[in-house]
Ligand binder design. Sequence first.
Ligand code: ATP
Ligand code: LTN
Length: 333
Amino acid sequence: MENKKVIFSGMQPSGSLTLGNYLGALKNWVKLQSEYDCYYCVVDMHAITVPKEPKDLRKNTLEVLANYIAAGIDPEQVTLFIQSHVSAHAELSWVLNCFSYFGELGRMTQFKDKSKKLDNNSIPAGLFTYPVLMAADILLYQADLVPVGEDQRQHLEITRDIAQRFNNRFSETFKVPDPFISKDGAKIMSLQDPTSKMSKSDSNENAYIILMDDADTIRRKLKRAVTDSEGVVRYNDNQPGVKNLINIYSKITDKTTDEIAALYEGKGYAQFKDDVAEVIIGELKPIQEKIDYLLKNKDYLEKIYVHGAEKAEAAARKTLRKVYKKVGFIPRY
Ligand code: ATP
Ligand code: LTN
């Protein structure tokens, strides 16, 4: 345990986890858990950077936790917890806010995308400082590696900049983390607009498949998935819709994209889409049974997040104490 490298990662309970979260991130987290000292977090504080109904947040937070475990995360092996349970995240975030610059935060593409949709007077400051809270998440645990999708690379860069800036100003305090972006962590795209990523907060339900979708819903969403007019199953950039479905098929079955295209030579989209639906249904079935069981056993989930927060708290406090001392806060004891 002592010599293992530390991994930190998290997902927002901004909705139910999608097939994109699962194939692009969660499956990878499961593979890493035996080799690294992993902290996996449900980042509920990030989820309120955009308006969110309290009852939905409560529901989604437990769902995400159940999704993690059902997908194979072992709560005995990793530290599994809810961000708001460890107050050091908010505390470190404040300090780091004072070492982060307006200009660099304004360059974050996720902020630009999300704020574009809002009127200037209704952009929450928390949306702007979102990456600073993410930096706090990671730096509290002295993480070596952060497994995320390509879309998070810029947030990892700013985390590294903030850590280095703090270390240079005071002395070595934070480990400077590396992004861990798996090469085959294909980005799963929206079923309705295959040029944008599948996202759990999409306003169109048909754009994503959540891990809890039942078989009929999956079949229906696949039937409606946007393809194109070429009519042949081929893996290329001119057919982003078909390419996305081949990627999904490939990630689940481990068949190569060429093998899949060959399998459907001379067959139309309808058969292909039906088969992709069945592959997804087969993959999700055992996970869904576990999710169902877990959500009916809230006491068990509670034990896990309480225990996880205790473990996380101990590690986080150590770093926060150092930071407070370095900036000149007087220790209370
Ligand atoms: P939101 O829509 O609320 O912004 P999201 O669905 O994009 O959320 P996050 O919670 O931001 O999901 O991401 C959790 C992890 O899942 C990240 O590591 C992210 O890179 C990865 N991820 C999210 N969507 C996809 C996708 N479509 N394909 C592959 N990986 C994804
Ligand atoms: N911003 C991330 C979620 C996130 C995260 C983190 C990921 C918050 N804190 C720390 C890795 C490490 C996202 O939207 N995917």
